[in-house]
Design a binder for this molecule. Sequence first.
Ligand code: PNS
Length: 158
Amino acid sequence: MSTALCPGSFDPPTNGHIDVIERCLDVFEQVVVGVIHNPSKSPLFSAEERVALLKELLSDHTRVEVGSFEGLLVDYANSVGARVIVKGLRAVTDFDYEFQMAQMNYELANMDTMFVATSPAYSYLSSSLVKEVARLGGNVDSLVPPLVAARLEEKFRG
Ligand code: PNS
């Protein structure tokens, strides 16, 4: 069975993330969404919250699993049986860093990375900007799924 790993911070998941994950399902039989657990980055949503959000958002997809990991991405990829890592590329500005990580992951474990060109509608979208807009009271309804918009509202306005 061909399994791809879509890793990320997903703090929070955006429409762009969901788009990349759903497009992976057209190519791979199984998709594992891997949420990094990195407390030193003090995320807005805990790893448990991000996993729970993604599980709910992707609950219609029987071929998707959601988990979290600490440590090396390639170790997690191997532990879930993924042969390839899939990342979304929004613009050329993403490329340098993503290319560097892809080469490092290949060096570490012969783990390949494939890139999905993000839909133009989401090319400007990032979790950081979504958080900033939500924190400052802007409307994020067109940027994130309704569940995430509701959770952001709770986080910032109780
Ligand atoms: O959504 P993000 O923040 O761009 O995701 C980044 C992520 C989780 C893919 C990246 O931070 C990562 O791969 N972390 C694991 C650490 C690791 O394996 N480093 C060495 C190889 S580059």
